[in-house]
Each structure stands twice: as structure tokens, then as C-alpha cells.
Design a protein around this ligand. Structure first.
Ligand SMILES: [Zn+2]
Length: 360
């Protein structure tokens, strides 16, 4: 079967590899759509980061590069391994793409399995990936979805779960709460979508006018300001009667956004840092002290998929506006990666398929 495989920085190849055989306890998924993630771009431009270097196998998967890429995917169950009776061939599914040690509690009450030692992802550190025709996944990580939900939108459930968990980290969101989101890239937009679904009023701070427009047009933001053109803090004070926002989500990894959040939060407000920071940032600790702010981190998701799927199936979140491209696997680098690296203001999520019948 065809698969996109990461060899090394700037070296991703579309190759023919053996089709995986379903093992006991696994589900063979025929991939419909797989999104390209910022993490994939980082592996390509600056990697290997999550991908295990050639000759250095990942401690849990036991695999090293080349590895198949793709961790944001939807598909159809093609075969069931021994011992699986709660799914049927033909079911539509999405995958929570974790590689986690067998000794870790991954049960429905766990709040920490995503923080376990050597945690990594299917589609980055081995066990196949969504940028291929088929992938065999342990039953635990397969989530059934309604056949009414289009499979292209379903491919965005994985990044939406990142937003869902980020919002969960802020604690309860009450109807009418003001939320500031800095950055309207894919994760900023999807975090905003979850906030809107929970009844918050969303204020976005974003430099790119195209991204601000997308946030407003898709309905996930009530207000979108450019920090280069207006005094965002003054606008926030106007909107909140000088109170400040209840919660804030940092989705840019730039210092001015972090500074804005500390100023924009109301006393006892909560900041959630969603973006990945390549280097240390500075934090005006006195503002944290004097306003009794909470600064919290968030990474990926933990038991977040079932609730995220409900938000989409119930129609509270419409993922369609965030699909900005559909390409065959052969065009992954030329049309997919290149667009996201060089034209990332108009592109949100580009979906990839190996099935020509799904393409327009
Ligand atoms: Zn991702």
C-alpha cells in the first residue's frame, strides 16, 4: 500500500509498504482522510522531534525512522482482530493516536495517561499512520462515530480534541464568560470553536487579517482584533466593562501574546498555555500575584474524544469551514506541506487521501 514515510529532516517519501495485518485486539482501519498537522511540518523542517531517529527505536513502539506519518485521521473499519466484539466491519471511526506503555492506566477515569513516560503518537513514532491506505490500531484508541458525520470533517476531531482539553483545563466555562484567544491558527480556531459551543464570548487577537476573517466567518469568534492596528487591551476593557476576560488561551508562542493575556485577565482569571514554546518566555510574576491568576499548561488530550465527538455530532461545532484543501497523497509535499509552510494565512486544514474516489 501507499504511505508517506518520514526518513529525516526534509526527507519524506511516498512509498509502497506492506499492508498491515490486523493483530488480536486491533482494528484495521481503511483511512478516509488524514489532516496535515503543524507537528508534521515541524518534523519536516526541524525534525526529528517526535519521530525516532534512524537507529534509535522508540522505547514503546520499538520502531525507528522511517516511520509512516499522519495522526489526524478518520476511516472505516475493514477488519477486526481476535477478541473484538463491540465494533463491526463498516463502522466509521476516528483514532486517538496514542502510543502509551502497557503498564499505564488508560481507563475512562484516567486524567494523566497523556503525561506518562515516553508517550508518543501513532503517525509520528511508529505503529503506522493516517498518511497511508490502512492502519491497524489497538481497540482502546479507536472511537466509533456516527455515519451521519462526514468523514472529512471527522478527520478534524483529533485537533479539536486538543482544543477541547485546553478548554477543560480552564475549568468551568459559564454562559457569557469572556474568553481571549491569542492566535487564530488551526488550534486557536478549534479552541475558539469549543469555547463558543460552551457559551463563551470569544475575543481573538491575531495579526493576520485573513485569519481574523476566517475566525469571524466561521462563527467561532465574536470579536477579532489586530494587535498591530488597535489597542487590544483597551478593546477588551470596553467589551467587559473594565472587568477583564474570565479565561485566556495562548495559541501563538510569542511573548507579546503572553503579556497581553496577563493584562487582559480579570482578577482570579485563568490562562491556559496551549502553544508549544521552543524557548523560555518571560512572565511578569507580579501580575500573577496581584491578580491571583492561574497559569496552566495543556498538552494533547486525555479521555477527551467521546465528549469532543458529541459536540460535533450534535451540530454544536461545524468543522467544515476549517477544511481548506483536499489532496491526493502523491501531492503531500508539493501541494500540502508547501501550502502550509508558504501560504499559511489562507490554509487551515489540508486533508489527504489515498482514495481517488473521495477527491472532487
Ligand atoms: Zn497534530
Amino acid at each position: 500500500m501507499k504511505a508517506a514515510r518520514f526518513y529525516d529532516r526534509n526527507d519524506i517519501r511516498i512509498e509502497d509498504i506492506p499492508t498491515p495485518e490486523v493483530q488480536p485486539g486491533e482494528v484495521l482501519v481503511k483511512v478516509a482522510w488524514c489532516g496535515i498537522c503543524g507537528t508534521d511540518l515541524h518534523e519536516y523542517l526541524d525534525g526529528p522531534i517526535f519521530c525516532p531517529k534512524h537507529g534509535h527505536p522508540h522505547p514503546i513502539s520499538g520502531e525507528d525512522s522511517p516511520v509512516t506519518l499522519g495522526h489526524e485521521f478518520s476511516g472505516i473499519v475493514e477488519a477486526l482482530g481476535e477478541g473484538i466484539s463491540d465494533l463491526e466491519v463498516g463502522d466509521h471511526v476516528v483514532v486517538e493516536p496514542y502510543i502509551i506503555a502497557d503498564s499505564v492506566d488508560v481507563g475512562p477515569d484516567s486524567k494523566t495517561y497523556h503525561l506518562s513516560k515516553n508517550m508518543n503518537f501513532i503517525g509520528l513514532a511508529g505503529r503506522g499512520g493516517g498518511l497511508s491506505e490502512k492502519v491497524s490500531v489497538k481497540r482502546r484508541w479507536v472511537h466509533k462515530i456516527s455515519k451521519d458525520l462526514p468523514l472529512d470533517e471527522a478527520a478534524l476531531i483529533e485537533p479539536l480534541s486538543v482544543g477541547y482539553h485546553a478548554v477543560e483545563r480552564a475549568g468551568e466555562i459559564k454562559d457569557g464568560d469572556f474568553a481571549l484567544v491569542t492566535g487564530a491558527g488551526p488550534i486557536g480556531l478549534l479552541t475558539s470553536a469549543v469555547l463558543k459551543a460552551k457559551g463563551a464570548k470569544v475575543i481573538i487577537s491575531e495579526l493576520s487579517s485573513l485569519r481574523r476573517q476566517k475566525a469571524l466567518d466561521s462563527g467561532v469568534a465574536d470579536y477579532a482584533f489586530s494587535p498591530a492596528e488597535v489597542d487590544v487591551l483597551a478593546e477588551i476593557h470596553k467589551l467587559t466593562n473594565d472587568k477583564g476576560v474570565d479565561v485566556a488561551f495562548e495559541c501563538t508562542s510569542v511573548q507579546p501574546a503572553l503579556d497581553l493575556i496577563l493584562d487582559a485577565l480579570k482578577p482570579t482569571g485563568k490562562a491556559v498555555i496551549v502553544s508549544i514554546w521552543g524557548k523560555p518566555a518571560s512572565l511578569d510574576v507580579q501580575k500573577v500575584v496581584l491578580k491571583e491568576l492561574d497559569i496552566r499548561g495543556t498538552i494533547a488530550y486525555v479521555n477527551s474524544h467521546p465528549e469532543t465527538i458529541k459536540l460535533v455530532e450534535s451540530g454544536k461545532i461545524n468543522l467544515k469551514p476549517f477544511i481548506t484543501g483536499r489532496i491526493p497523497l502523491e501531492d503531500l509535499i508539493d501541494k500540502g506541506f508547501d501550502t502550509l509552510i508558504n501560504h499559511n494565512e489562507t490554509a487551515v486544514k489540508i486533508l489527504v487521501t489515498t482514495d481517488p474516489q473521495l477527491l472532487p
